[in-house]
Design a protein around this ligand. Structure first.
Ligand code: PGA
Length: 264
């Protein structure tokens, strides 16, 4: 399948890092990543809501800053929610939709993610839709079906003209976090292929295969090189292993040359 030239690599810091922690982290990462070329790589960091204002100020222009979630309405009776209008005021670059913790702990469902994706795109945000099958889906051998449902429902409101700011993160639920089991490269490649064919089916080869598909779930210093070698992996979405700026930089330096040399 079509190969994208640019490496996308980012982290979601979940409910970790205070404003001071995020600032320190972003200052360090900005210095460490200063020499990287924007034609080669796009780094993004998705910190806590409370860190966003300051994060946007301290991060270098090369690092996109994103929100971990977003409501679909501009305003209204939605206690505890943050709207696209509110996030636009902060000049942030990106919004993440449907992280597995939003789906599984906070019970968000595909129809909700579709409304959020539509609102994020309409409001001009780079939009990262996360998808991934559960351990049960995997055991029942319905992983591809689950991924196709999440993608087809989650992107239901989009036409191919709206896909240039869309990114997909494939994160098998069973591979995420401290209790996660890292997925095998062969399995990752298979699922990325399934995701890409679904995107091509939805938006046509030209548009569908231009959408970057990132892999996430227990990516670390030991497995990052194997994963980035895979033809259908366009980037990495990392949790724990990227929360120290030096370690994130190490991973970036390990994978970027491999990504650039990758052959179809
Ligand atoms: P992890 O988190 O790398 O710590 O497994 C990934 C994620 O939740 O996106």
């Amino acid at each position: 399948m079509k190969r994208l030239n640019k490496l996308y690599i980012g982290t979601n810091t979940k409910m970790f890092k205070t404003i001071a922690d995020s600032d320190k982290y972003l200052k360090e990462l900005s210095i460490l990543s200063n020499d990287l070329q924007k034609e080669d790589i796009q780094i993004f960091v998705i910190p806590s809501y409370t860190s966003l204002v300051s994060a946007k100020k301290v991060a270098s222009k090369n690092i996109m800053i994103g929100a971990q979630n977003m409501a679909w309405e501009q305003e209204g009776q939605y206690t505890g929610e943050i709207s696209p209008k509110m996030l636009s005021e902060l000049n942030i670059d990106m919004v993440m939709i449907g992280h597995s913790e939003r789906r599984n702990i906070f019970l968000e469902y595909d129809e909700m993610e579709a409304l959020k994706v539509e609102a994020a795109i309409k409001n001009g945000f780079n939009t990262l839709l996360c998808v991934g099958e559960s351990k049960k889906d995997k055991d029942y051998q319905i992983s591809d079906e689950r991924l196709r449902i999440q993608i087809k429902k989650g992107l239901y409101k989009l036409s191919k003209k709206n896909t240039d700011k869309l990114y997909i993160a494939y994160e098998p639920v069973w591979a995420i976090g401290v209790n996660g089991t890292p997925a095998e490269p062969k399995y990752i490649e298979e699922k990325h292929k399934a995701i890409k064919s679904c995107l091509a089916e939805l938006f046509g080869q030209n548009f569908g295969l231009d959408i970057p598909v990132l892999y996430g779930g227990s990516v670390n210093n030991n497995n990052c090189k194997e994963i980035i070698k895979l033809n259908n992996v366009d980037g990495l979405f990392i949790g724990r292993s990227a929360w120290n700026a030096n370690n994130f930089n190490k991973i970036i330096r390990d994978v970027l040359p491999i990504f650039k040399e990758r052959k179809i």
